[in-house]
Design a protein. Structure first.
Length: 293
């Protein structure tokens, strides 16, 4: 069944968000599209929410409180669930997804997940709120995964594009296994630089994942024109970049959480990067997307 698409126009910004996953399908500035068009030849998504896990769970199973739970999907399950539009204002859309019988079988916590899109000037603010509805602590991860189109044509090639951090960075990147787990070792990657060059092969080894960078903003730029797209992600401990090799898009993925490590215990409360939320509390995270022509 095709998902309902909710559109909103405010000022010179227009967005479209699907009920399925509360996924951002379109973000236009003055009519110019910045989001990836979900071409299934490369990747049939545009901005999935990663909840209640980021990445892969080892062997598709984990334990909590002495019970075993199975989850084979990558990046949790919220991205394929239908959200409900609970509030619409002149410049915002607010969606909700709540735990249910099916989710409790693979994830033993009651929750509400809200995703709110707010147009502020030329920027789009996306806020994520996780509400713990249990009588005890709740463990979860949360990530964002927006994919931005890279216009490739006779004048613009993939390797004209680059990612620019707001500060110079020196950082290693995580090494990933073939099935998306994380090795407990890193490799040198950034050495006092503020750029990652996009090429046809830059993502041959899957996502490029960093932890603890100084920058809280990254911008997609190119050598041929002034069009750019920035993502601001204050507070997120991990940031990943990904695309299918040779594909004309790039994902900028701020994460609270990470895939299981190869040597993990499988216990949820031991999981690296996992968040713990006290009962009746709400966790809030926000990214800001801004396109400039």
């Amino acid at each position: 069944m095709e998902s309902t698409i909710n559109t909103l126009k405010y000022g010179n910004i227009e967005i479209a968000v699907a009920d399925r996953g509360a996924e951002l399908r379109s973000y236009k500035v003055n009519g110019e599209e910045f989001m990836w068009d979900r071409n299934p030849e490369f990747w049939a998504a545009s901005s999935p929410v990663l909840f209640p896990f980021v990445g892969t769970i080892k062997n598709g199973a984990y334990s909590f409180d002495g019970n075993k739970y199975e989850i084979s999907t990558r990046h949790g399950f919220a991205r394929t669930e239908d959200f409900e539009l609970v509030e619409k204002t002149e410049n915002s859309l607010k969606f909700r997804f709540s735990s249910n019988k099916e989710t409790l079988e693979k994830y033993p916590f009651e929750f509400e997940l809200f995703i709110t899109y707010t147009i502020v000037g030329n920027a789009l603010e996306i806020e994520y709120n996780v509400v713990n509805k249990n009588d005890s602590d709740m463990y979860f991860s949360l990530g964002t995964h927006p994919a931005f189109a890279l216009n490739v044509n006779d004048n613009l090639k993939l390797d004209d594009y680059y990612l620019e951090f707001e500060k110079n960075e020196t950082s290693q990147k995580y090494k990933l296994t073939n099935n998306g787990l994380v090795f407990d070792e890193k490799v040198d990657y950034l050495n006092n630089v503020n750029k990652i060059q996009i090429t046809e092969n830059v993502f041959d080894d899957d996502a490029i994942v960093f932890e603890g960078l100084k920058s809280e903003k990254v911008t997609i730029k190119n050598n041929k024109n002034s069009k750019e797209l920035s993502v601001e992600y204050k507070g997120f401990p991990y940031i990943a970049f990904w695309s299918k090799p040779k594909a004309p898009y790039v994902c900028i993925e701020p994460w609270y959480g990470i895939s299981d490590f190869e040597d993990c215990t499988g216990k949820l409360e031991d999981k690296k990067g996992i968040l713990k939320l006290e009962k009746d509390k709400t966790f809030t995270a926000k990214i800001v997307i801004k396109g400039i022509l």
